[in-house]
Design a protein around this ligand. Sequence first.
Ligand SMILES: Cc1ncc(COP(=O)(O)OP(=O)(O)O)c(N)n1
Ligand SMILES: Cc1nc(C(=O)O)sc1CCOP(=O)(O)O
Ligand SMILES: [Mg+2]
Length: 208
Amino acid sequence: MPSLGRLHLITDTRPGRDPLAVLRAVLPVARTQLVVQVRVEDTATDRQAYELAREVLALCAPYEVPCLVNDRLHVALATGAAGGHVGADDLPVAAARQVLGPAAVLGATAREPATALAAVTAGASYLGVGPCRATTTKDGLPPPIGVAGVRAVAGAVAVPVIAIGGVTAADVPPLRAAGAYGVAVVGALSAAADPARAAEELLRGLSC
Ligand SMILES: Cc1ncc(COP(=O)(O)OP(=O)(O)O)c(N)n1
Ligand SMILES: Cc1nc(C(=O)O)sc1CCOP(=O)(O)O
Ligand SMILES: [Mg+2]
């Protein structure tokens, strides 16, 4: 697997958000440090997910930025995305690996060391670990695990740990010090007045 970018931009498809405008602003700034995860609301149709993924892939291609698809691995395959991301309510990691094949990037959500180790054994190539902080972006999450929770997982596995959940630029240095390889964000970029500048601030902490 080629080296993974440290800044994961997750698309924000909530009403009033413009994921493609945010992506257009961030791509020239983050370039090879970026990974884009296409994540749509559960109520979105497969056709909507497919069309968004195609648009994201077209924007990412000139920058050679990989695009992953959350949950819907058939959309990842159909669009030629680099891989996917699964969590506890999605296909099991081993089944996801079978679907995507050995070369794909496969992320798995893990909130503590035991599930992290199981996900890696089952074929995950990176882990999304959180929630670091409280976030309004996703409902139904468990309480935040904080920097200490990220440290516990990062100490248990050899694959990249991508910290997620309420992450801001100020959180990046302590998360990196705790062993996180990178961060995944929705709001820190999507809700920013200037997403390019917000990306620069996140990247500053990630490059240390
Ligand atoms: C990088 C990253 N980490 C965690 C998640 C969450 O995945 P999941 O638990 O399956 O929840 P949904 O995103 O599907 O609502 C993620 N998407 N990306
Ligand atoms: C989609 C998602 N999964 C999480 C988890 O902890 O599994 S937190 C999260 C939302 C991340 O958005 P924001 O950066 O706006 O907090
Ligand atoms: Mg999921």
